[in-house]
Design a protein around this ligand. Structure first.
Ligand SMILES: Cc1ncc(C[n+]2csc(CCOP(=O)(O)OP(=O)(O)O)c2C)c(N)n1
Ligand code: SF4
Ligand SMILES: [Mg+2]
Length: 276
């Protein structure tokens, strides 16, 4: 009996027959959410340039996606993507990379791209740790968690990425977990269609490195944890802070229209040319 081809296989390079992820990793769910969003929008891979940094999550588009992909240096995918978008404004430019890549070494690029409101779609995979390099503490690691670089429990407070990017000025920001693949797909579609900076924070499981240091358990246990601890943003308004302690607030945080950098740049360029 032949195995039917996966409906999203047409978007991937035929010679890539294996993903680099460990079994149970949330990166597979996020990969599907991205490709399903493109499929449902009826867009072509040729309409896109995908950019990633360094880390397990950075392997999502490259080498898998059958498209133009840029696998860049650690922390710099948004800087590369900014150049691509300004040079090729007709393309959808999507960044897919990890929480360490985009909020630690690459944190400045993230907040300034949001402030500039450049038309990028950033899918940020937040697994709460540096997965690829062996499980070091990240800016997203829950306070108190013991990792290989914080053996007594991290003393540092944790970034709320989505709130930070809203405050920096993004046009669209949503957070979902890998327990919410349909909602994640819907938000990625909105992010692609948004003329402006869009961030989709994908809270995801790293059963190998995060699983090793947290008490939650295996991939299924982490998904169950996401299910039981997620709370919709619209339900949080009246809730006291103590009740929200340890909860993952999911939903869409901002969806607005404002001047976008690439369009503003094009307008200025033509105005200067006409004046010359
Ligand atoms: C300049 C530089 N510093 C450090 C590293 C080592 N390094 C590679 S990936 C990574 C962290 C990746 O974490 P994250 O972005 O969260 O991705 P994950 O593996 O968790 O998906 C680090 C520290 C590097 N490659 N380059
Ligand atoms: S180490 Fe963690 S994040 Fe990296 S592929 Fe394995 S499970 Fe996924
Ligand atoms: Mg990570």
């Amino acid at each position: 009996m032949s195995i039917p081809e996966h409906p999203l296989r047409k978007y991937t390079r035929s010679h890539v027959t294996r993903m680099t992820t460990c079994p149970g990793c949330g990166n597979g769910i996020v990969t599907q959410a991205i490709l399903r969003a493109i499929d449902e929008l009826d867009l072509k891979m040729n309409d896109f340039v995908f950019v990633s940094g360094i880390g397990c999550s950075a392997w999502i588009p490259s080498p898998l996606f059958d498209a133009d992909t840029l696998h860049t240096t650690h922390g710099r995918p948004i800087a590369f993507a900014t150049g691509v978008k300004l040079g090729l404004p007709e393309k959808h430019v999507m960044v897919a990379s990890g929480d360490g890549d985009l909020t630690a070494i690459g944190g400045n690029h993230l907040i300034h791209a949001a402030r500039r409101n450049i038309d990028l779609t950033v899918v940020l995979i937040n697994n709460g740790i540096y997965g690829m390099t062996g499980g070091q503490t990240a800016p997203t690691t829950p306070r108190g968690l013991k990792t290989i670089t914080s053996p007594y429990g991290t003393l540092e407070h944790t970034f709320d990425i989505s709130r930070m990017v809203v405050a920096a000025g993004a046009s669209f920001v949503a957070r979902w977990t890998t327990f919410h693949p349909r909602q994640m797909t819907r938000s990625i579609k909105k992010g692609i269609q948004k003329k402006g900076f869009a961030l989709i924070e994908a809270v995801s499981q790293c059963p190998v490195q995060y699983g090793k240091v947290s008490k939650i358990g295996n991939a299924v246990d982490i998904l169950r944890y996401f299910k039981e601890n997620s709370i919709r943003v619209n339900k949080t308004k009246e809730m006291p802070a103590e009740e929200l302690e340890g909860k993952i607030i999911v939903g869409e945080f901002v969806d607005t229209e404002k001047a976008e950098l690439t369009e503003e740049w094009e307008r200025l360029k033509y105005a200067l040319m006409e004046g010359a």
